[in-house]
Design a protein around this ligand. Structure first.
Ligand code: HEM
Length: 432
């Protein structure tokens, strides 16, 4: 009998991995799971049975089969708070919204954001050089919020709207920590978040109506135009703006925190990156030049590899399908870790070491990292995130070399994004 007519091999039973130690060392548990079972295994995540997908091969296959089979698994809380934001949309509406949002977040839009970003970053990094800070991550979060407000909404830090936006936005972000299911109704943060959402939408509408007169270098006017004739299925711009602001915040702040931590610990790399960063003062366009700042870019890439901000991205199977030889039933919770494969010694020798040189031109390509996800829901803000991170790194290193007076963080939390748990003192040392 010819092989062509042979029945497909029976799907293998999914191996199960214990979740012990996941809270303290989630990456260690995932790595161990993949080493023992390969690209796919089962494990309890937050008390719910979940199929974990990892390794380069596993993620490649996941993203190839994703369309029509997997949807982003968002909780009722996320649906309530974010409405019809990009990651709550499916199929055509999702694709349509991405097409309309992308031009403002990438490519030719980016050079316009350089001058306003440098204006926002300058005072913060001057302050670090003069006084240091008792809480690096807190300060970087604040700075990230100010950069996003400036680029996405055109709000300058010294405007009245800046303080109002920052306070209401924090209320909204706090609501994302409320219980995900019915228990959210009994949580004060949920109701405060709903009210913050209304206030933010009103602020967006006001800013959008003035977008033509807004200071240059903002995405808002372009976004308003892009959504003026958008079909209903693409969702309202106000929902997308809030989603962009939230998606940008913890992730970019996390990346920046770990970049500064690694450079404080690895002095020789900091000196090399600082020499390059000083060239940005004379030529800010280097921040958006294709081959500009290879050393600082290699630091960013190595930090994305070692400290990918997102731990897990959740999906739900909407129909049965096969993944790495295993049958996944409809309704199954599926999660992938963007760090999957980042510690593979075959691809990255001595994977635990901070070695930015592996991403210098001619070496490994940073675009192969999965830190920004992949497939249908891959990060839409990646070019803007990289620009914001490069700009902050350049401004910081121009002013001095990072130092951690109390040493590196001892305790780390991994969600919503990887960050130190305790306040982290940080200073800049003037490099003679
Ligand atoms: C270092 C910074 C960042 C990292 C590491 C990061 C990472 C990610 C990852 C892993 C995903 C995929 C989530 C999934 O598969 O479910 C994602 C999606 C997304 N990101 Fe980012 N992100 C960053 C910054 C930003 C910024 C600055 C923006 C906006 C200005 C942004 C906007 C988005 C949006 C809108 C999505 C959802 C896309 C969709 O559902 O189609 N991100 N991001």
């Amino acid at each position: 009998m010819s092989d062509q007519h042979a029945a497909p091999p029976p799907a293998a039973v999914l191996p199960r991995h214990p979740a012990d130690g996941f809270t303290a060392d989630p990456l260690g548990v995932l790595e161990d799971g993949h080493r023992q079972h390969g690209p796919v295994f089962r494990m309890a995540v937050d008390g719910e049975e979940t199929v974990l997908v990892g390794t380069w091969a596993g993620l490649g296959e996941l993203f190839a089969v994703e369309r029509g089979r997997l949807e982003v698994l968002n909780t009722p809380l996320v649906h309530d708070l974010f409405g019809r934001a990009l990651f709550n949309l499916t199929a055509d509406g999702h694709g349509e919204a991405r097409r309309r949002l992308r031009p403002a977040l990438s490519g030719r839009a980016l050079p316009r954001y350089v001058p306003p970003l440098l204006e926002v970053i300058g005072p913060a990094t001057d302050w670090w050089a003069l006084h240091g800070t008792a809480d690096l991550h807190g300060q970087v979060r604040e700075l990230t919020g100010a950069m996003s407000a400036r680029v996405l909404l055109g709000i300058d830090p010294d405007e009245v709207d800046a303080a109002q936006f920052a306070a209401v936005f924090e209320e909204f972000v706090a609501a994302t920590g409320a219980p995900p299911g019915r228990a959210r109704y009994a949580d004060r943060r949920y109701w405060a978040g709903r009210s913050a959402r209304r206030e933010l939408h009103a602020l967006f509408a006001r800013r959008a109506s003035q977008a033509g007169d807004a200071p240059g270098g903002s995405a808002l006017a372009g976004l308003v135009e892009a959504f003026a004739d958008a079909p209903d299925e693409a969702g309202p711009l106000s929902d997308h703006l809030l989603a962009l602001l939230v998606a940008a915040q913890e992730t970019t702040a996390s990346l920046l925190t770990w970049c500064l931590v690694e450079l404080a610990v690895n002095r020789e790399h900091a000196e090399r990156a600082a020499a390059e960063a000083r060239t940005v003062a004379a030529d800010p366009d280097l921040l958006v030049a294709r081959d500009g700042l290879p050393t600082v870019r290699s630091v960013l890439a190595e930090c994305l590899r070692l400290h990918a901000p997102n731990l897990l991205s959740m999906r739900e199977a909407v129909c049965p399908f096969t993944l790495a030889g295993h049958r996944i039933e409809a309704g199954t919770r599926v999660a992938y870790s963007p760090s999957a494969g980042h510690f593979d010694p075959e691809t990255f020798p001595r994977p635990r070491q901070f070695r930015p040189g592996r991403f210098l031109p001619g070496q490994a390509n940073a675009s192969r990292l999965w830190a920004f996800g992949g497939g249908a829901h891959a990060c839409l803000g990646r070019p803007l995130a990289e620009l914001m991170a490069l700009a902050v790194m350049a401004c910081t290193l121009q002013r001095g070399l990072p130092r951690l007076p109390a040493g590196p963080p001892a305790r780390i939390s991994f969600r919503p994004a990887k960050a130190p748990i305790d306040p982290l003192p940080f200073a800049l040392e003037f490099a003679s």
